[in-house]
Write a protein that binds this ligand. Structure first.
Ligand code: PMP
Length: 414
């Protein structure tokens, strides 16, 4: 009945084999299937569940909002309160527009960048995912740094051809494409920590280089922090790294599990969006009061003193346990982490780009995934996805995951 049994492709188990599991509820760090099996969850609804599933304060906030109506089609105080919280956390942003999904956020940010620069072209990075927006569903054509080709049926070649694609962390490729075409490029869009090819950290200086390349060619820098905003720290990775983008896309955590996302930036740019300016963008459900309530309650929990220190420490504990487990089992593994985000590759050297992510042992990951599932740990069903630790994962859960991983890794060697 459902296409492939799912409503979003990565939920299918194509990358690891087997049938997707039907889920009926989730609470705290746990997710439960329709047969009543409970797993420790490291998918976290693909990012939003940073305070754990069905947190009582978040659920209560949504209940209260629902009592006031499911939607108004007019501005409500919850939108203003969430805007204040988000803008207060992300210093590069003065004005914000809420939308419903990360896809809408990036699509709208691109339109704004194109309007602001009167340019059509874009630069993105291989393995970077920014939602299913036509000009961003683009793969590299032949040659090292080149015009993109469609990465999905139905994306016109002409649309894909406006997008240049180079490897993440490739300083030289970024420099040369910008020196040849910078003045035609409206925006560079980048995940400041890549989370859709597994987790790949930017090399020191890479984001800084993108900032300076944009500055010298009048190109806008868009940070797609849909995954990283409030995940790797309060205010996203830009606050940690100190690199200031022109526009920021956010999603996932700011909606606390309900559909909310946003794009934001300085007043001078955001004032170009309708109704103030000529960049048209609208939405029946944008700023939905239930989503705003869930986002507000979630961010309220996140801003408690020490929240990100504890989350980061638990994630570090998991990363350390996984690394040791792999070493003891004689399995080559690379583990990286930041805040509540973690990545594991079965590879002998640190993974810095998409080619290296694809070259990691993905068949081994598929076996590891099933070995973990059999031991009650729910990992993303793909080697090219980041793992999400929540504040509901206590030391006990972390240690159970590590114990399961040790057994699973020992099994991998055989
Ligand atoms: N950008 C990034 C970095 C993402 O990780 C995602 C979704 N995983 C998106 C954009 C698209 O968001 P959505 O699925 O809400 O459209």
């Amino acid at each position: 009945m459902l296409v492939g049994g799912v409503n979003s492709p990565v939920r299918a188990f194509r990358a690891v084999g087997g049938e997707p599991i039907l889920v009926r509820r989730a609470e705290g760090p746990f997710i439960e299937d329709v047969e009543g099996r409970r797993y420790i969850d490291l998918v976290g609804a693909w990012g939003p569940a940073i305070v754990g599933h069905a947190h009582p304060q978040v659920v209560e906030a949504v209940r209260q909002a629902a009592g006031d109506a499911l939607g108004f089609g007019a501005t409500c105080p919850r939108e203003i309160a969430l805007a204040e919280l988000v803008l207060g956390a992300v210093p590069s942003c003065e004005l914000i527009r809420f939308v419903n999904t990360g896809t809408e956020a990036t699509m709208s940010a691109l339109r704004l960048a194109r309007a602001a620069t009167s340019r059509a072209r874009l630069l993105k990075f291989l393995g970077g995912y920014h939602g299913h927006v036509d000009p961003l569903l683009v793969a590299a054509g032949s040659g090292a740094a080149t015009h993109g080709v469609p990465d999905s049926a139905g994306v016109p070649a002409g649309v894909a051809g406006d997008t240049f694609v180079v490897e993440y962390n490739d300083f030289q490729a970024a420099r040369s494409i910008m020196s040849a075409h910078g003045r035609e490029i409206a925006a560079i869009i980048v995940e400041p920590i890549a989370g859709n090819m597994g987790m790949v950290m930017p090399e020191p200086g890479f984001l800084e280089l993108l900032r300076s390349l944009c500055d010298s060619s009048g190109t806008l820098l868009i940070f797609d922090e849909v995954m990283t905003a409030f995940r790797v720290g309060w205010g996203g990775y830009q606050s940690i790294r100190g690199v200031r983008p022109d526009l920021t896309c956010m999603g996932k955590i700011i909606g606390g599990g309900l559909p909310a996302a946003a794009y934001a930036g300085p007043r001078s740019l955001m004032e170009m969006v309708s109704p103030l300016g000529r960049v048209y963008q609208a939405g029946t459900y944008s700023g939905n009061p239930l989503a705003m309530a869930a986002g507000l309650a979630t961010l309220d929990l996140c801003r408690a003193p020490g929240f990100y220190d504890r989350l980061g420490a638990n994630t570090a504990r998991l990363a350390d346990g996984l690394s040791r487990g792999a070493r003891d089992a004689g399995v080559a593994a690379q583990v990286v982490h930041q805040g509540g985000m973690l990545g594991l590759f079965f590879a002998t050297r640190p993974v810095l780009n998409f080619a290296e992510a694809l070259a990691a042992d993905r068949a081994r990951f598929a076996r590891f995934f099933h070995a973990m599932l059999a031991r009650g740990v729910w990992l993303p069903p793909s080697p090219l996805e980041a793992w999400f630790v929540s504040a509901a994962h206590g030391e006990e859960e972390i240690d159970r995951i590590i114990a399961a991983a040790r057994e699973s890794m020992a099994e991998l060697r055989s």
